[in-house]
Design a protein. Structure first.
Length: 111
């Protein structure tokens, strides 16, 4: 994640990975709680840009842009994360991810 995301995001990625490694999430992992979802949750906890997460994922062969987008939409529909539009001086606005911690705990029991 280095080069794209903050050090705290990396720490949170590791923390979420360990939290979701519990066997009770084994059924969900193929659909929701995989490395892509964990990266999005860690990024949202630290207010990272969706664009940066996708760049990291594509450059490291984690997943495609479409996979990141589908996982983001799933988490947004659960209200676990939400999006903020960030205006840029040129081009399209970027999307900043924000974590809804109470909702994360409600759905997955993860602090």
């Amino acid at each position: 994640m280095s080069g794209y995301l903050t050090e705290q995001t990396i720490v949170d990625f590791i923390m979420f990975s360990k939290a979701f490694d519990d066997t009770r999430y084994s059924v969900l992992k193929t659909k929701a709680i995989d490395k892509v979802s964990i990266a999005l949750l860690a990024a949202a906890k630290n207010g990272e840009l969706f664009y940066d997460v996708v760049q990291w994922g594509e450059d490291n062969n984690v997943a495609s842009k479409a996979t990141f987008s589908r996982r983001k939409d799933f988490l947004v529909n659960l209200s676990v994360i939400h999006e903020e539009s960030v205006k840029t001086p040129f081009g399209r606005p970027k999307i900043r991810l924000k974590l809804n911690e109470p909702r994360l705990k409600e759905y997955f029991g993860v602090p």
